[in-house]
Design a protein around this ligand. Sequence first.
Ligand code: ADP
Ligand code: MG
Length: 294
Amino acid sequence: MGTEVSVYLWHDDPEKGKEAVAAVFAEVARLDQMMSTYIDDSLISSVNRDAAKHPVAAGDELFELVERALDISVLTRGAFDITYDSVGQHYDFRQRLRPSEQVVASELPLIDYRLVKTDRNQRTVHFLAEGVRINLGGIAKGYAVERGVDIAKRYGVRHARVTAGGDTRLLGDRLGQTWMVGIQNPRNDDEVAVTIPLADEAISTSGDYERFFVEDGERYHHIIVPATGAPAGEVRSATIIGPDAVMTDALSTSVFVMGVDQGLRLISTLPDYEGIVINADGEMYYSDGLRPPD
Ligand code: ADP
Ligand code: MG
């Protein structure tokens, strides 16, 4: 998944505990093998290769996740859109490469989640135009940490923390204490902007400091505004807290794109979810359900 995965868990039997950790990592590796667009023989790569020609069988898991992603596109009015990748694929943050204006202009019409059709009975995915590509980078890590705690539970684990990049799923508390999860200062890797006590919940942060390069004072990073094909510029980070890591992951990416006002307005319509947004000036904004620290 191009990111760091960590697992903390407790088990009365140390051997069983180690088995549980290994099983969680194996699960993440399995999902990566299925959902990575960087792996040529992954299921998602076969969808991207063929779904414009004919409907492609996606298997239950990938199919469900694609459908959830499409639902979130509707919920966010297109701020979240897994077809962002027709432009997104032309970025290479390590090599400091970005698409030219011409490339963005020609690929932009292919960013549209309505070009992705799913068939519930056949479990197939079909693209309505040649060149459409999907990438689950904004939702798959949330799914992976959600699956990770499910696996840990099967081993009898009741207290765990599974993190993949900016996405964390907590199982239970930290042996009688709350988990303390820090939100990074977007402009200082060593500094925590705020720490949140949590138990039994998911928390996801999307930031412009994860994958980026700076060119002529402009920061080019990995979260794309589907309407323009350009990196989102309104905020530095968006954090979402709630019961389901798939949702917190997708919503953190969405709120990052939507900005403070629109983003927090969306969150206020979702009773189980809260958000913290740090804007381009470094100011923090909280959703109604969170009391700012004194
Ligand atoms: P992180 O990878 O840092 O945890 P996010 O959860 O915010 O961050 O996911 C960012 C990833 O989401 C990008 O690397 C890309 O794969 C994907 N992405 C970028 N823009 C969008 C978008 N508008 N809608 C859906 N996914 C996106
Ligand atoms: Mg996300």
